[in-house]
Design a protein around this ligand. Structure first.
Ligand code: SAM
Length: 450
């Protein structure tokens, strides 16, 4: 008898969510990539897609809270898949009004029967029915305020403490809650092809309601639909990008005809934004450590009709060995970072990041900046950005960099809307997810004086 090949999708949303959650936990798979691959590969329809996304992300986002709710009801050790099945079931019971409790329990019992044996399914049934009868334990009763906030918002305690040390209790509390709010879909319009009004009309013709952002003018918020499936996307009128990520190109303020280096360019979101701002006139060298990722940059340029971008695999920590010194009008270092600003869309980051990662990231960031200075023309502009909320990779990287580079100075950021400028000081802006519902993001602008 031929064995049936295992598949993520057999029409059962909860089962597919369980498979994805297990892969994220066991194989350190990226939840967003695996979820998108599953949805696209199996062409999952919009109703199932919404529920699958909600259960997968929601369960992952609230993992520690769900464990707290489950703890009093679990006796002994459970297999990993059983624990995830319980978590995703309690997630539905506690957070999803549109799923009746009995449906969540029955589905879990059926999955337990299929994946395990009768004993397991009655354990799952017993635990979930006890929770329905007795209710979940109260988080309010946790005495330690840091532990309470960590459980309530499902973040590791060390990270909560670190955030409070850097940003204070109020900002941290707001940020941790916002990290559990699903992000809205935002796209950037390609102004070399159409105006905002024209793109809004194109999207409307495809049944998509969208509106221009009140923060970054080239940003559009989608109310429904999936940007990647639209003709507007396929024909190069839009690029999927978080609103915060639209800051660096604006801060760089590139002019037509400039020669620009984008040192950590893949997959090309900011490179192509810079090219659009230059009206596709001038030249951009887009480099990245990983050659295969540069194919994505090339493909995006082709889709958007931009031809001033050349790609090259270069380790930015050695860029000055390969590139002519003082040859670029401006350099963008959109550095590799801990990604603590994007936990809304990549909840796995909450559970996988370690404090010891920060120092090596800080050192890589400094090495990238050192090289950027060497290839920058005197008078040229350097922009440093990260998608993290972490002083050691943001303000401290800037301070240490400045201390060893007297020829560099921070310059006032000008080319952003007032509401963003208000959040900055001395050439640096830290955006928090709660500020505009966009990713947490940091940007700093420097000028080479000699
Ligand atoms: C934050 S991502 C860049 C995102 C990109 N700028 C965009 O907007 O689409 C950081 C990038 O840095 C690259 N990277 C990591 N270490 C690098 C190094 N030593 N030199 C150059 N690129 C590096 C990674 O491969 C990754 O693509």
């Amino acid at each position: 008898m031929t064995k049936k090949k295992a598949t993520i999708w057999d029409g059962n949303v909860r089962d597919a969510a369980l498979t994805i959650l297990l892969a994220v936990d066991k194989n350190q798979a990226y939840s967003n990539l695996l979820l998108n691959q599953t949805i696209n590969k199996y062409k999952i329809d919009s109703k199932d897609r919404a529920l699958l996304t909600e259960i997968t992300y929601g369960t992952l986002q609230h993992k520690y809270t769900l464990d707290y709710y489950l703890e009093p009801f679990i006796r002994g050790k459970l297999d990993l898949w059983v624990r995830w099945l319980l978590r995703l079931s309690v997630y539905q019971i506690v957070y999803l009004d549109r799923v009746p409790d009995h449906a969540a329990v029955n589905e879990a019992v059926e999955i337990a029967k299929r994946r395990g044996h009768k004993g397991i399914s009655s354990t799952v049934n017993g635990i979930l029915r006890s929770i329905l009868r007795q209710g979940t334990p109260s988080i309010e009763e946790i005495k330690d305020p840091i532990k309470r906030l960590a459980i309530e918002t499902s973040h590791p305690e060390w990270l909560v403490e670190r955030f409070i040390d850097s940003y204070g209790l109020e900002k941290t509390t707001e940020m941790l809650h916002e990290n559990n709010v699903p992000p809205t879909q935002t796209v950037r319009i390609n102004k070399t092809k159409a105006s905002v009004e024209e793109v809004l009309q194109l999207l409307e013709n495809e049944g998509i309601t969208a509106k221009q952002s009140s923060v970054i003018p080239e940003c559009i918020h989608l109310v429904n639909g999936q940007a990647s499936r639209t003709n507007a996307f396929k024909e190069g009128y839009i690029t999927i990008q978080d609103e915060s990520s639209m800051m660096p190109a604006n801060v760089l303020n590139p002019q037509k005809g400039w020669r620009i280096l984008d040192m950590c360019a893949a997959p090309g979101g900011k490179t192509t934004h810079i090219a659009e701002k230059m009206d596709n006139e001038g030249s951009i060298l887009a480099t990245d450590l990983h050659p295969h990722k540069l194919d994505l940059v090339d493909a995006t340029c082709k889709r958007l009709g931009l031809d001033i971008i050349q790609t090259a695999p270069i380790d930015g920590r050695k860029a000055a060995e390969y590139l002519q010194h003082e040859s670029f009008d401006a350099v963008l270092v959109d550095a590799p970072c801990s990604g603590l600003g994007v936990m809304r869309r990549k909840p796995d980051i909450k559970y996988t990041k370690r404090e010891e990662d920060f120092e090596s990231l800080h050192n890589i960031q400094l090495a990238l900046l050192d090289n950027a200075v060497k290839v920058l023309k005197p008078g040229g502009r350097l922009v440093y950005s990260t998608c993290t909320v972490n002083t050691s990779e943001n303000e401290e990287t800037v301070q240490v960099f400045l201390a060893s580079h007297p020829e560099m100075k921070l310059v006032e950021i000008e080319n952003l809307p007032e509401q963003l400028l208000q959040r900055g000081q001395h050439g640096m802006i830290q955006v928090f997810p709660q500020d505009f519902g966009s990713d947490g993001f940091f940007v700093a602008a420097f000028q080479k004086t000699t």
